[in-house]
Design a protein around this ligand. Structure first.
Ligand SMILES: Cc1ncc(COP(=O)(O)O)c(C=O)c1O
Length: 360
């Protein structure tokens, strides 16, 4: 009998979600974002499943190498750029595309000779004020990059701060600032939109969109569920019951004895905890699905286990599968109970949770 704790990754759901991107942004190429190990889904498996993607976006050099070593042939973009002269030379050797978001990265390109000139995405700060060259300095930097022997092609990109919020004024001002720079520079390959941005319509899409979250079937929008967006969850987090008992009325369950039975209550112990990535802090509304029934969590989530009230499923036994999130229980609900976001939960499923790949 195995512990049964696994993340089942549905490759068909990924492909379905990719098609949604294509349908929503038919005029754009798609740079699929697979950083943080494909948002916890396994970057290589995701990239292999998304054969039609026009490129892949990662955060670190190591992530790019993993994809390339696995035989991924589409362009790979280092979205934070390179961190040293050595990385710049290696990026050129490996034909990775790089972001330039800081003046020191520009200086590196000017100073360091590389084996092959690179495709460089000049990252513009249009208002998020995290990474990027200030809009006002960009035309000058554009010219400096043009004069740089290490640069083969220059593209523009920026990142939206509030695209999840339809009415936020930054959406418009960032888009307008970006579009104006595209015009002044005459750049022909440009990218502004993440998942939420591309769902805001054509004006945000430019020549490249950079979806991450929506590929995994989670909603990037505050106002719409994944189902409403016709996205399918790519990850189902599952475990199983490894122990059952009836806790007598008046007794407590778990660390710090935070939950007390008001009546004799059948309790199932599920083999998953915060050591697997299930959040430790969830509100009293939290439940899991067992045989399609909602079973509330009781007591504290511990490192390797959590406890649920299985009154709703009298026939629950050892080995009965338990769904923590997935079909019928969107990861967004768990995120709400935990006071966090879907992104964080997907990324923090730990390595000891086996990833099992299915095709629907
Ligand atoms: C620069 C950049 N582009 C695109 C994305 C993808 O964003 P999302 O997962 O919201 O689609 C990210 C993710 O954080 C990012 O940092």
């Amino acid at each position: 009998m195995s512990r049964g704790t696994r993340a089942v990754i549905d490759l068909r759901a990924l492909q379905h979600n990719f098609r949604q991107v294509r349908e929503r942004a038919p005029g754009s190429q798609v740079l699929a974002v697979v950083k943080a190990d494909g948002y916890g889904h396994g970057a290589v498996a995701v990239a292999q499943a998304l054969r039609e993607a026009d490129g892949f976006g990662v955060a670190t050099f190591g992530e790019a190498l993993v994809l390339q070593r696995a035989g991924i042939t589409q362009p790979i973009l280092l979205m934070e750029g390179v961190m040293s002269a050595e990385e710049l030379q290696l990026a050129a050797q490996h034909r990775f595309q790089i972001v330039v978001h800081q003046f020191w990265q520009l200086a590196l390109l000017q100073r360091v000779a590389v084996a092959q000139p690179l495709v460089v995405w000049l990252k513009v700060d249009t208002g998020m004020h995290r990474l990027g060259i200030p809009l006002t300095a960009c035309t000058q930097v554009w010219e400096q990059l043009r004069a740089c022997a290490s640069v083969n092609e220059i593209r523009l990109m920026s990142h939206l701060a509030c695209a999840d919020d339809a009415g936020h004024p930054l959406n418009r001002s960032q888009r307008e600032g970006f579009a104006a720079l595209v015009q002044t520079t005459g750049a022909v390959q440009n990218s502004l939109a993440n998942s939420a941005g591309l769902l805001r319509g054509e004006a945000f899409q430019f020549q490249w969109v950079r979806p991450g979250l929506m590929l995994y079937g989670a909603t990037p929008l505050a106002e719409a569920s994944a189902e409403e967006l016709n996205l399918q969850p790519a990850m189902q987090l599952e475990s199983r019951i490894i122990s059952t008992s009836v806790v007598p009325a008046g007794e407590t369950v778990g660390y710090s004895a935070t939950w007390r039975a008001t009546k004799d209550t059948p309790i199932g112990v599920v083999a998953i905890g915060y050591g697997d990535g299930y959040p430790r802090h969830v509100s009293p509304e939290a439940f899991v699905l067992i045989k399609g029934e909602r079973c509330p969590l009781v007591g504290r989530v511990s490192m390797d286990m959590l406890t649920v009230d299985i009154s709703n499923v009298p026939d629950a036994t050892l080995e009965t599968p338990v769904i923590l999130w997935g079909k019928g229980l969107p990861v967004e609900w768990v995120a709400r109970w935990a006071g966090t976001i879907n992104y964080e939960l997907l990324c923090q499923v730990t390595d000891r949770v086996e990833r099992v790949y299915t095709a629907g």
